[in-house]
Design a binder for this molecule. Sequence first.
Ligand SMILES: [Zn+2]
Ligand SMILES: [Zn+2]
Length: 533
Amino acid sequence: MNRNIVIGNAWPYANSSLHLGHVAGLISGDILARYFRLTGDNVMFVSGSDCHGTPITERARKEGKNPKEIAEFYDSEFRNLFKRFNFSYDLFSSTDTDYHKEKVKILFRKLYDNGYIYEKIEPQCFCEKCNKFLADREIILKCPECGEETKGDQCDNCLHVPTAKELVNGTCIVCGTKTVQKNNKILYLNLPIFQNKIEEHTEKVEKEWRINARNETHKYLKQGLVERAVTRDINWGVEIPVEGYEDKRMYVWIDAVLGYLTDTMKVCEDRGLNWEDFWKEGHNNKIYMCHGKDNIVFHSIILNALLLGQEENYHLVDTIVSTEYLNYNDQKFSKSKKIGITALEALDLYPVDSLRYHLVSNGPEKKDTNFTPEDFVATHNGELLNKFGNLVNRTLKFKGLEKIEAAEIDRDIKEKIEHTYDEVGNSIEKLEFREAVSKIIDLVEIANKYYDTQEPWKQKKENEIEFKNTIFTCSNIIANLSNLFEPIMPGTCQKIREFLDLSEPSWKPTYLAKEIDLKDKNIEPLFERLKLE
Ligand SMILES: [Zn+2]
Ligand SMILES: [Zn+2]
């Protein structure tokens, strides 16, 4: 029976452009989505722009705009970016839609009615000069763990999340004034009450996770989960559906992670499906969450707590797909320091499928990796142009070849093709995408070696039958490469399918059934040689 699979890509903050490192993390979701669709599963691949919270209001303040303008600008940039990168989202929405806000309010209210959200009156950091309570992110302090100066929500350097006690020593990000403590009314989420259930669930599913996700989640569980404020004093965000909280808004971590659920509801509503098939227990479903290593516990702990608190038999997150960082010339991408290029700039410079391929084959799966233009060009010219492109070109553009005629496929090659599906599929399901790519390239190399050994340019003169067998065998390898590479380079695979009159891709060995006329086809090279600019 086909499974129902949710794949959630982290919702990017709509306060600055995305760089290649972001794409290197998020492309995991697209690989999984495309792969599972090919194997016949029902896929729900969702994401959206995270439009609320202080990163946006901060940027708006700096630029003299309102938060909505900032959020809409970056939201539309993200949509353009993911479209150009060929991400196959079922829905990429935004947290600023009425649909999302209404659904989130219902889910929030349920947590409140079930007693998992409760009120506390507490002293909180207040800036007397700005006359407002400060969000954690609006406080600057010296990180108690590593000593670097950091914002109060999370240390950029060591990922430590400062406690309320530690925040007391901070200053206001806007005016630099030392904060004072003042009583405030706050709603809290009772995270500790979910500790045991989340521990049990983690133990059950973590074997599939990468090591960073296991370590980070265990670190939090070992420290013991602590209650978390869910309301903040800000006027930009989702309203609180509780009386007396009209002037406050939800923290983005609660509203954004519920976006996976509200997106699914929206898609199912539009397509006449039942969203519960994807999110409730007992529907043969599986949930994947893809993001960078700084985002792990929001998915392995917080989202699961929010689902448990509904008391409605939700299926919890199964698989955390967390990447390390991609650096640029050995430094962190940074727009302000002009290090690296944005993802859109990269698309203006380089072919999209070569970027996708390189970001996967050089992906930061188990450790940080590095992007350099030199490496990228070497990958493009070496693996894509010289190996893959060359195989396609010298087979389909063989001098004087007008059609591919049905002939006999080499038996060893056929076996190798069949074996490659199992191997690559296995690697993708183990989240080892680099390994998957290298196994497909193995098949390309075997094909090129076969071609060289057969010497079709000699066979053409000496033995017409053997020549036809060679061309037919190579064409069938190419047909199967258009399936195998589909999750990585969908645009290129589409071109191959047009060359070979193939319809839809699928994750099973595919053999050419009829004669293929090449005469009237405009078979262009798949890749052009790139020079370092
Ligand atoms: Zn730190
Ligand atoms: Zn201030």
